[in-house]
Design a protein around this ligand. Structure first.
Ligand SMILES: [Zn+2]
Length: 558
């Protein structure tokens, strides 16, 4: 039996109705007691005691939607984000540098730009990428990961040629003569990104050891996330190859988070065939499916009711018709999966709600098979907790429908500071109604906090701050009425995110019998000036009683 008491701490338990606590007993990786030091010590007189000098302890933070493998993969890419690369010349310089350290056979890769933040206010072109990287393939990923730019060599290797029509679910940018300008939108971009990850994992791994190279990518991401206080994460596009990498890291005891996989819909046949649906360990699970209903907000490809007043104009991209989507949801629901559908624009959200409504109203079996009593209140019929991912333009009537169906929403407050000005340009009339967290909460929706990293930083301190302040990069407040109180903002990343992945009995709050996942901070986020929450220091991140990150030596010898 391993017992440890932490005391002299401000413990923010996030448990409903819990009183103040300054000590916590951890026994064999779980919380055994939380409360006043005398009581906690009396429960375990021989436990080792670590005094935290007044530091704050909060539950381990949960990112309900990010792309863990992509975070690790893009950690090696040239940083082409703004403001650090303010114009196309700066991006060219970054790509030129990256070319020097990129091994032969691997594409030169940059990431993180937003065209509307560049001095030129547009995407770079293939010609500009050719100037930086003339004789080998180069790719520059947009921060949304819904768009990229390819140089000529990359266009050739990808098999994209002038005169080729737009592929299904996507589009090519073209110059005034109709030739490809190098910009690739949506479906072909996703296919390309996946192909590049797979290729680079295989390339980095010696023959037969590709999953080891993948596991290294997973570890790189895990280190980063642990440094931000994250102890759990939903990987929002788990596939066969990334699952192998997670499983390898897990078997080696090198996962620093509990990973809840959202398995991409076209990989589900493989998953079921391999008998891999479910929980694999305390740190790896594949119980949910991911579907994309539309494009992204910052790439202006989310499917909306009107048309965008900014490039690429149009009304966005919808991937499935209502009936097709409904059948997919019905099938995954029948197999016991939680369904998580990316839906950003109001037109997409409506179709997703139609699909959920059709399946939930016809399939009372879902509630019955999981033991819910019959005749439960509206909303409780969604026993699998089917989710909407993002929900950016979920305006009040749509939010009311989502609440009535009991749909859980995994959303991204941190978009507001990094992408909010772009949202306002794309949604000049409804900007204040985007990501309306306070309204959603009042409607009764469980909203889980997340980052969508690497689209933006995975740092949940940014998300918590933005949920409270809603300040854009230019300092405007997007939807002042939608600001959350600090405790509600923290709940997004703790109790509510735990609920969103069916883990509220194990994580999300500091209570006896739950797993000892917690973070030691140098300030209490509930009492810090909101603008300074992003500066709070993470002193240690602890997973199941074991430190997975420390900035100092609070837990010596661990
Ligand atoms: Zn995502």
């Amino acid at each position: 039996m391993v017992e440890l008491i932490i005391e002299d701490a401000v413990i923010v338990t996030m448990a409903a109705g819990a009183g103040p606590a300054d000590a916590m007993l951890i026994r064999d990786g779980r919380i055994a007691a939380v409360g006043h030091a005398e009581t906690v010590r009396a429960a375990a007189p021989r436990a080792e005691v670590v005094r935290l000098g007044g530091a704050t302890v909060i539950p381990g933070l949960i990112d309900a939607h990010c792309h863990v493998a992509d975070i690790g993969y893009l950690a090696a890419a040239a940083d082409c984000g703004q403001p650090s690369a303010p114009d196309i010349a700066a991006i060219q310089a970054r790509l030129k540098q990256a070319a020097e350290r990129t091994p032969d056979g691997t594409w030169v890769t940059g990431a993180g730009y937003a065209e509307y933040k560049l001095r030129e206010g547009r995407h770079p072109t293939r010609t500009e990428l050719d100037e930086a990287v003339p004789n080998r393939p180069a790719v520059l990923y947009h921060t949304s990961l819904h768009v990229c730019v390819l140089n000529t060599a990359a266009l050739q290797e990808a098999g994209f040629a002038d005169g080729q029509p737009d592929p299904p679910g996507g589009a090519f940018g073209r110059d005034s003569e109709g030739r490809l300008d190098g910009v690739v939108y949506e479906a072909p971009m996703f296919a390309l990104f996946e192909a590049r990850i797979r290729h680079d994992i295989a390339q980095a791994g010696a023959a037969g050891a590709a999953s080891a190279a993948g596991a290294t990518i997973i570890e790189t991401a895990g280190e980063r996330l642990a440094g931000f206080g994250l102890t759990s994460a939903c990987d929002a596009d788990m596939r066969r190859d990334t699952f192998a990498a997670f499983a390898e890291a897990d078997a080696a005891g090198r996962l620093r988070q509990r990973i809840y996989g959202l398995v991409v819909h076209d990989q589900v046949d493989w998953l079921l065939g391999a008998g891999l649906q479910g929980r694999h360990s305390g740190q790896l699970a594949t119980e949910a499916v991911k579907i994309w209903a539309d494009g992204g907000m910052s790439s202006r490809t989310a499917a909306i009711g009107g048309t965008y007043p900014v490039p690429p104009y149009g009304s966005g991209i919808l991937y499935f018709e209502r009936d097709e989507l409904t059948e997919m949801v019905r099938d995954f629901d029948a197999h016991g999966f939680q369904v998580c559908i990316h839906a950003q624009g109001d037109r997409a959200i409506e179709i997703v709600l139609d699909a959920y409504a059709a399946v939930l109203s016809s399939g009372l079996s879902a509630g019955l098979s999981s033991g819910l009593p019959s005749g439960v209140a509206a909303g409780a019929g969604n026993s699998r907790r089917h989710r909407i991912e993002h929900g950016g333009a979920m305006y009040p009537p749509l939010a009311a429908r989502a609440a009535a169906l009991g749909i859980v929403v995994a959303s991204q407050p941190g978009f507001l500071s990094s992408l909010g000005d772009g949202f306002l340009a794309a949604f000049p009339e409804t900007g204040d109604e985007l990501y309306s967290f306070a309204s959603w909460q009042r409607a009764g929706i469980t909203v889980a906090g997340s980052s969508d990293a690497p689209v933006i930083t995975a740092d949940p301190r940014i998300g918590i701050r933005d949920a409270i302040l809603r300040r854009t990069g230019d300092g405007r407040v997007l939807g002042p009425a939608e600001r959350l109180a600090a405790r509600d903002a923290l709940a997004l990343y703790t109790t509510q995110a735990a609920y969103a992945c069916h883990r509220e009995n194990e994580i999300g709050s500091l209570e006896p019998d739950k797993l000892a996942d917690f973070v030691v901070l140098d300030q209490n986020p509930l009492e810090t000036d909101a603008a300074l929450i992003s500066d709070i220091g993470v002193l240690a991140t602890v997973l199941g009683g074991t430190p997975v990150y420390q900035s100092g030596s609070i837990f010596p010898g661990r």
